[in-house]
Ligand binder design. Structure first.
Ligand code: FEO
Length: 169
């Protein structure tokens, strides 16, 4: 049985994962509005993954005999600036999520909740990948610019992102 404190912290995290999906969807709409359809696709795929993250936490709470309580999700901004600024805001957001996951892990350790620690290890690895893939895009845009042919090529590359197969665990 999961403790009330950890259950409440995970319920809060479900909200942040769903906010992430909301934010990436808003970014996708902003990009689509500016005809950056590759960026819009990449953000859309990101939003789908965030819903999967929320469901991992949701299922974990239920499996541990806890009660899921869904909290209100904030409205995300509608405009995010230049293509580089959009990616920088994504990276900043992922760093915020990483800090929250790390805090959850610390809490699970303090409570000696091994099952929660194992579950959170998946997220720790996932956050390393998420930050690295966005940082790679940010670094390339800083190096090569974010206009003309460079933007066209990058938009095409981001347009090729497809949904990931969900791994069964
Ligand atoms: Fe669910 Fe992008 O972290």
């Amino acid at each position: 049985m999961i403790s009330n404190e950890l259950r409440e912290a995970i319920n809060e995290q479900i909200k942040y994962e769903l906010y992430s999906a909301y934010m990436y969807l808003a970014m996708s709409a902003d990009c689509a509005d500016r005809n950056l359809l590759g960026f819009a696709n990449w953000m859309n795929m990101q939003a789908r993954e965030e819903v999967e993250h929320a469901m991992r936490f949701y299922n974990f709470v239920l499996e541990r005999g806890g009660r899921v309580e869904l909290h209100a999700i904030d409205k995300p901004p509608t405009e995010y600036g230049s293509p580089l600024e959009i990616m920088q805001k994504s990276l900043e957001h992922e760093r915020f999520v990483t800090a929250r996951i790390n805090a959850l892990y610390d809490q699970a350790q303090q409570e000696n909740d091994r099952a929660a620690q194992v579950m959170l290890q998946w997220f720790i690895t996932e956050q390393v990948e998420e930050e690295a893939s966005i940082d790679d895009i940010v670094q390339r845009m800083r190096m090569f610019g974010e206009e003309g042919t460079v933007l066209f090529m990058l938009d095409r590359e981001l347009g090729a992102r497809e949904p990931e197969e969900e791994d069964e665990e």
